[in-house]
Design a protein around this ligand. Structure first.
Ligand code: GLN
Length: 488
């Protein structure tokens, strides 16, 4: 019998509800695993063991007394540290928010609590979600569970590494330009960026709010559908949240892609794509064809401008969103010397933010300044519209679009951290979905020299059902086995 830490969430829920497994024992076994491997991986910024065990005991009591329990009954979940948790420090992996304890829960956290999920702790990430490797964390990098010398991807690297190494059964990440899918791909787990507006962003500390969504990072596609069903719902507290009836996404776990039309996006196999990644993804497409789907190549010309347009928009929004961190009301504040107001303000920001965050605030402010606004920000927004139109056109012909999640395999820690352009280039395949607001899932399709490869499937807005169906069929017929390592 597999140990509990290896089981997917739906199995855990079933066993706890059937009283075959005590939530307390299972949560304790996750913390035992954390004690063994966290020193090597560093997936967490904050652990909440006492709270989690207390919650687990409450759930066991509820089950015993035959009270109604939620869909995540007892399951241990890692939460990216930019999602506000009441009473639990939420740092955004920044010195600026090192001691910030939110007085409220993000809406997704309330939903998880309503469903009886158990929060294991707050997961490591790139500072303010800016990065693709989790190396830009004030608390130090997370290591890839498949090769400790390599990055787990980012910015939700802690969330993906926790799930991949058995330190959490589920995780939440956020995706502004790939931050769920990139680490999911690098860690061989499943990650889904929902359609813009499907999941509430209330309580998500903003990086670039017109682009980002919270979403699930899980061991398999079934868990992904389960967690999405729990967090996706209309929220009056987020004015971009779309008012749609709530769905049970697990009903779309259908092993059938017969007759489906897959578009293989040419631009996703452009310059810089590693051969091993290309080969892995093309093999996955062939396998989907064996299952009865049809594929054809398609070119979306506007995608060649996706990366620069994403970075201009994301940095511009960041420069505005991060203006609130002045250290006056909350956040890092330099020791009290008798400086004047503006010196205190600038020193708080100078020492409170890391260099990548400062670089983006400066570039974003520049792109928005008089004289440059039309040249950069406005132009980027126009390209964004073209990209959206190209996707709309493609979806007239195809049910879903497919490409690699990442152009490269997980790289070595330290390899790109000094070269921002090289780091930004990693996002070339993930940012288009954010610019267009469409849903995208990354699922594992194999390994090359021991390193994970993932591919992404994109669908029209609010067609998460199609993503889950294709992903589920692939996973069911061609499972990628990923055994937990001992790190001894
Ligand atoms: N790597 C991208 C960036 O740095 C995406 C980050 C994210 O999705 N939060 O902006």
């Amino acid at each position: 019998m597999p140990s509990y830490i290896e089981l997917p969430a739906y199995e855990i829920v079933k066993r706890i509800k059937d009283q075959e497994l005590m939530a307390e024992d299972y949560i304790a076994s996750l913390y035992e695993r954390i004690k063994k491997v966290e020193k090597d991986i560093h997936a967490y910024i904050t652990l909440t063991e006492d709270l989690a065990l207390k919650k687990a005991r409450e759930i066991d009591k509820k089950v015993k007394q035959r009270e109604k329990t939620g869909r995540l009954c007892g399951v241990g979940i890692a939460i990216k540290d930019n999602i506000c948790t009441r009473g639990i420090r939420t740092t955004c992996a920044s010195h600026m928010l090192e001691d910030f304890v939110p007085p409220y829960d993000a809406t997704v956290i309330s939903r998880i609590k309503d469903e009886d999920g158990v929060i294991m702790g707050k997961a490591n990430m790139d500072e303010f979600a800016m990065g693709s490797s989790t190396e830009f964390s004030y608390f130090g990098p997370t290591h890839n569970p498949w090769d400790l010398g390599r990055v787990p991807g980012g910015s939700s690297g802690g969330s993906a590494a926790a799930v991949a190494s058995g330190m959490a059964t589920l995780a939440l990440g956020s995706d502004t330009g790939g931050s769920i899918r990139c680490p999911a791909s690098f860690c061989s787990v499943v990650g889904l960026k929902p359609t813009y507006g499907l999941v509430s962003r209330f309580g998500l500390i903003a990086y670039a709010n017109s682009l980002e969504q919270i979403g699930p990072i899980t061991k398999d596609v079934r868990d992904c559908a389960l967690l999405l069903s729990c967090i996706a719902s209309h929220d009056p507290l987020d004015n971009t949240s779309v008012d749609r009836p709530q769905e049970d996404y697990t009903k779309y776990l259908i092993d059938d892609v017969d007759g489906m039309k897959l578009g293989v996006v040419k631009e996703f196999f452009g310059e810089g794509t590693q051969d091993s990644v290309e080969k892995g993804v093309l093999e996955a497409i062939t396998k989907l064809e064996e299952l009865g789907s049809d594929h054809q190549e398609i070119s979306l010309k506007s995608l060649q401008y996706a990366l620069p347009s994403y970075y201009i928009i994301a940095m511009s929004e960041a420069s505005s969103n991060l203006a609130r961190y002045d250290g006056l009301r909350y956040g890092y504040r330099i020791p009290n010397k008798s400086y004047d107001w503006s010196t205190v303000y600038s020193k708080n920001r100078r020492f409170g933010f890391g260099f990548e965050v400062k670089r983006r605030i400066i570039l974003g402010t520049f792109a928005l300044s008089t004289g440059y606004y039309d040249e950069y920000y406005l132009k980027a927004q126009k390209i964004r519209t073209l990209i959206k139109r190209d996707f709309d056109m493609a979806f007239k012909k195809f049910d879903v679009l497919i490409g690699p999640t990442m152009p490269i395999l997980p790289f070595k820690i330290g390899e790109k951290v000094q070269d921002p352009l090289k780091m930004y280039m990693c996002d070339v395949d993930s940012v288009p979905a954010n610019l267009a607001g469409i849903p995208s899932i990354s699922i594992p399709c194999g390994f090359s020299k021991g390193l994970p490869i993932g591919f992404q499937i994109m669908a029209p807005p609010f067609r998460e059902d199609l993503l889950l169906r294709v992903a589920f069929s692939f996973q069911k017929n061609f499972p990628v086995s990923a055994k937990l390592r001992s790190y001894e």
